[in-house]
Design a protein around this ligand. Structure first.
Ligand code: HEC
Length: 100
């Protein structure tokens, strides 16, 4: 291995470390932004897909112990994807009845 090659590899490793470091500090903001986006998308999906057959159920009517099973059951009826079901659940989690 020549020196130039070693330098390139070393520089590469160094750069990837710097990248990881700044990614770590940005991670929290990114995660909460992504989370906020999921909740927003989930709400839109809920409002659009879950009123066709009945009135929109109040998210606060059920706890997060109940919602996943209910949405799973309704998934077949509303023909939403697994991904959409998860987004809907991320929205419901923000409004669901609190467990005691
Ligand atoms: C194709 C029609 C249809 C769609 C679309 C639909 N539902 Fe329903 N849903 C029903 C029917 C019919 C019932 C009542 C009978 C039952 O509980 O099985 C019901 C009942 C429910 C209940 C009460 C369940 C219970 O056991 O008391 C909840 C909560 C609910 N739906 C949530 C949703 C959510 C969330 C969505 C969207 C993902 C959705 N539904 C989409 C037909 C639908």
């Amino acid at each position: 291995m020549n020196k130039k090659k070693i330098f390139t590899i070393a520089a590469g490793i160094l750069l990837s470390c710097v990248g990881t470091l700044s990614a770590a500090t940005q991670n929290d903001t990114l995660t909460s932004k992504l989370y906020a986006d999921s909740v927003k998308t989930g709400k839109a999906l809920y409002v659009n897909n879950c009123v066709r057959c009945h009135k929109l159920k109040d998210p606060a009517k059920y706890t997060m112990a109940q919602w996943p099973g209910l949405v799973k059951k309704m998934q077949k009826r509303s023909k939403i994807t697994d991904e959409q079901r998860k987004l809907i659940l991320s929205y419901l989690a923000t409004e669901a009845k609190k467990e005691k």
